[in-house]
Design a protein around this ligand. Structure first.
Ligand code: AHM
Ligand code: MG
Length: 327
C-alpha cells in the first residue's frame, strides 16, 4: 500500500490475540483480556512519549510458540511536548500505578511483581484470578532525559495447581512463563528470527575491571580476533529494551555479566532477564548466565538478579564454551 493511503485493516495486537484465542476451543479469554490491559498501560506510557509505540509480544500456548510483532502509531497527548524532565521521571511511578490498578481490577491476576515495588502485590480475595504478572513498567528510565528508547517489559505465569496465588507462584523458572513481551516506545521495525551470528557486542565496558576471567577473555576475543577475522562493533545504549531490540534485529550479543562488584549482575530475573530470554529463544537465539540457561534459573526472591548473555545462538554458544573451558 502506498504511503498516502491509510491502512484500515490492521493486525493489531488485540486482533492477533483474539485470532489465537479462537484456535483453542477451551480458551476462556482471560489471557486475552490481560494482554489488553497490559496494552492499555503501554498506551498510557506512549501517550507521554513523542515517538509512538511498538509492541512486541511472544506467545506460548500449549507448546505452540510464535513470535509476533505489531506496530501501531499513537498520537501525541496534549501537553506532551511541554513535559519537564522531572515530570517524565514521575512517569515510572504513574505507569506503575496504571498497570497495578488495571491488572488488579481485571479479576484475572493474583500476584504482581513490579520493579517499582519492594514487595510482591498479592491481590485481595474476590478479585484474584489465575495469572501472575511480573513487570518493569518503565525500563531504562534513567535514559528518558536523553531521549533514548525506553520500554515496558512483562511476563505472565499461570497460578500453580492447588495454590491460592502467592509469592511461590512467581518464584519459578522463566521457562514456565506463558507469555512474555516488551513494548518499546519510540521505534518501528519488523523481524521474525534473530541471525545465528552477529557482529555487534553490547555490554557496559566501564565494568570490565571487575569482570571474571571468562568474561574478560570473551570480549577480548571479539575485539582482537585471529588474523583474517574482523572485530565486532560495540553498541551500548544502557536501556535493556533498546539494546535487546537491536540485538534481535541485527544479531550479536547483549550482556550484563556478574562481576566482582555485582555477584549476580544487575538485571532482575522476573521482569528483565526472563521475558527477554523468553523472547530471544522464541526468535531462535539463546540466553545464558554463562553456565546455565537463563530460563532454567529459579528466582530466590522477587527481585533476584542474574548474569545474562543473550543474542545470536552461535555468539552465546561461544560464551558458554569459554565459561566451560575456564571453569
Ligand atoms: P533500570 O530498570 O533501573 O532502568 O535499570 C535497568 C537498566 C537496563 O535497561 C540496562 O540494561 C541497564 O540497567 C544498564 O545498566 P548500566 O548503567 O549499569 O550499564
Ligand atoms: Mg529495569
Amino acid at each position: 500500500m502506498s504511503d498516502d493511503k491509510v491502512v484500515t485493516d490492521i493486525i493489531t495486537l488485540t486482533r492477533y490475540v483474539l485470532d489465537e484465542q479462537r484456535k483453542y476451543k477451551e480458551a476462556s479469554g482471560d489471557l486475552s483480556l490481560l494482554l489488553n490491559i497490559i496494552q492499555l498501560g503501554c498506551k498510557f506510557v506512549s501517550a507521554n512519549d513523542p515517538n509512538g509505540i511498538k509492541l512486541c509480544v511472544t506467545f506460548k500456548f500449549k507448546g505452540i510458540s510464535c513470535l509476533n510483532f505489531n506496530t501501531r502509531r499513537t498520537g501525541l497527548a496534549a501537553g506532551t511536548q511541554n513535559i519537564s524532565g522531572d515530570d517524565q521521571k514521575k512517569l515510572d511511578i504513574i505507569s506503575n500505578e496504571i498497570f497495578i490498578n488495571a491488572l488488579r481490577s481485571s479479576g484475572k491476576v493474583s500476584v504482581m511483581v513490579s520493579e517499582e515495588n519492594d514487595e510482591a502485590i498479592i491481590v485481595e480475595e474476590g478479585l484474584k484470578g489465575k495469572y501472575c504478572v511480573v513487570f518493569d513498567p518503565l525500563d531504562g528510565s534513567s535514559n528518558i532525559d536523553a531521549g533514548v528508547n525506553v520500554g515496558t517489559i512483562f511476563g505472565i505465569y499461570r497460578v500453580q495447581e492447588g495454590s491460592s496465588g502467592d509469592i511461590s507462584d512467581v518464584l519459578r523458572p522463566g521457562r514456565e512463563m506463558v507469555v512474555a513481551g516488551y513494548c518499546m516506545y519510540g521505534s518501528s521495525a519488523n523481524m521474525i528470527k534473530i541471525p545465528s551470528r552477529g557482529k555487534i557486542y553490547s555490554v557496559n565496558e566501564g565494568n570490565s575491571k571487575y569482570w571474571d576471567e571468562a568474561c574478560t577473555e570473551y570480549f577480548q576475543s571479539l575485539k582482537s580476533p585471529p588474523e583474517g577475522k574482523s572485530p565486532y562493533s560495540a553498541r551500548y545504549i544502557g536501556s535493556m529494551v533498546a539494546d535487546v531490540h537491536r540485538t534481535l534485529l541485527y544479531g550479536g550479543l547483549f550482556a550484563y555479566p556478574s562481576d566482582k562488584k555485582s555477584k549476580n549482575g544487575k538485571l532482575r530475573l522476573l521482569y528483565e532477564c526472563f521475558p527477554m530470554a523468553f523472547l530471544v529463544e522464541q526468535a531462535g537465539g539463546k540466553a545464558t548466565t554463562g553456565t546455565t540457561r537463563v530460563l532454567d534459573v529459579v528466582p530466590e526472591e522477587i527481585h533476584s538478579r542474574c548474569p545474562i548473555f543473550l543474542g545470536s545462538k552461535d555468539d552465546v554458544d561461544d560464551v558458554e564454551k569459554l565459561y566451560k573451558k575456564l571453569a
